[in-house]
Ligand binder design. Sequence first.
Ligand code: G3P
Length: 222
Amino acid sequence: MRTPVIILNFKAYRESSGERGLALAKVCEEVAQETGKSIVIAPEQIDLSLMVREVDIPVLAQHVDPIGEGSFTGHISPSAVKESGAIGTLINHSERQLPPEMIEITVQKCREAGLETVVCANDIEMAKVSASFGPDYVAVEPPELIGGDISVTSASPEVVSETVEKVKGVNPNVTVLCGAGVKNGEDVRKAIELGSEGVLLASGVVEAADQKSALLDLAGGL
Ligand code: G3P
């Protein structure tokens, strides 16, 4: 992924799945083309191949299971995500948490499959632990702020800046992102000012009356 970056997590909103999700992906592609900014989408798993086929911006899975190929049922394998054309995956999002040992195995399986890894962490301590597993990105997202109207960059700016410091102290190769409550270009600008190299967001765009205007404003902060 090119940084600084906005990762739009589609989650499982009505407005971001199926045909509505495809329309949103095309909005993201338009904004990326018009602004030249790095915009990446994380659609629902079932829509991964569709999005890769239909839009020319990077696509991430929202989760993968740490399995190989073979006799597994009902899982999402790193190799299948890679085959879909996605560039990587979120891991341990606060809405899809894993025990630390599973995070480590998942990062390893993704590396073997050639997937970029964005490990999400609820707090600074978890961000440090996650960084020790060698992911490409660690994204700190205080769960109590997710979906709300107050950005992590306003409510807890020290969480962002301290996560950057501590993560870089554990593994300087890990890029730090942040998210939760990010709603406008000023929130994004502050995230960059605090040392992160991008943001994860969802409701500020997915649930916006005018999704394109909302994303253009956010992209203006990169
Ligand atoms: O993965 C990003 C997401 O959890 C943030 O959600 O709605 O606060 O932008 P939201």
